[in-house]
Design a protein around this ligand. Sequence first.
Ligand code: MN
Length: 326
Amino acid sequence: LRPASSSNNTNLDVASILSSIRKVEADADWDGISAAVQIKMHYPKVDVRIGNSKEVTSDIHTLVLDQGTKGEGWVVDHHPINAKCKNLLSFCESGEKPTSTLVYNLLPEKNDTDLMLSATAEITDGLYSYGLESGSLKLLSKKDSYYFRDSNRSTQYMVDKEIYAMADIFALISLHIPQAALRVGIEAYESRPKNVEELTALLNKNEAGLVEDYFAFMRNFSEDHFKYYKIDNYDVRIGEARNIGKFSYFALSRMLTKYPGNYILFRGKRVSMRTNDQKLFDTTVKVLDKNVVSYGGRKGWHGIILKEEMSYRKFLGIMEKGIVSK
Ligand SMILES: [Mn+2]
């Protein structure tokens, strides 16, 4: 593993740019949200907007996190497609550093809570190998070893350490209740939970119930939901979100961790793909052809949005010329 490359424009006065920000636009996953929380806590006057459109409108007083823009806003991101945004404040072309870690590195006055948040984003974005090698996880493990105590919970990335289980909770709230994730992130910043119990104590009944269901799902995990297919000459495991249940996205990560390879999670109108082979992703987009509205992603992680909700049977049918069931 190489250290990830990223570019901070060293000619910029980062402190004065960050001070000039009035509005933060952040992606609705934990990477985007935890990045926004760091900014909010250091620059309390900013308005934070969380949304999952991949491109937002912006002006020079906007900070765009984990997303792109055609406007004047300052961008911190790691999705290659956004390399051409006009004002890059910090950018990781390889995708190996999450936005939250880029923000941590930018902050003129950072603390160990910023570090903890960015470390959890390295986990939730599936970039913990990088993180342990040279990112926030590495630094956190030296500073606050209690986050790395063994945990009795099964996690999406199959690492039974406290910080991984905490990261799972952040990811879960972000995916299911994005507006709550901002509140939970801010409260976690203020109270600095050291374990799952202290983090869960910040949640309301509904959120805590979701967390409980999630860890039960992971405890009773079934590996039967993804089946082998061939696309071109690639082996691909394909699963259907509806069949797996509400934690399908996390099931995908867990399968990928245990059995590395190429994966597709069919989600009705959206298709999530995990592969390090860009050609396979391009082939999949081609096979889906006119059904595709848009697609994108970054290192290993890809997504396709379809024109309309379709049945799993129809999806497999369209893929048929490229797919031969094993
Ligand atoms: Mn990200």
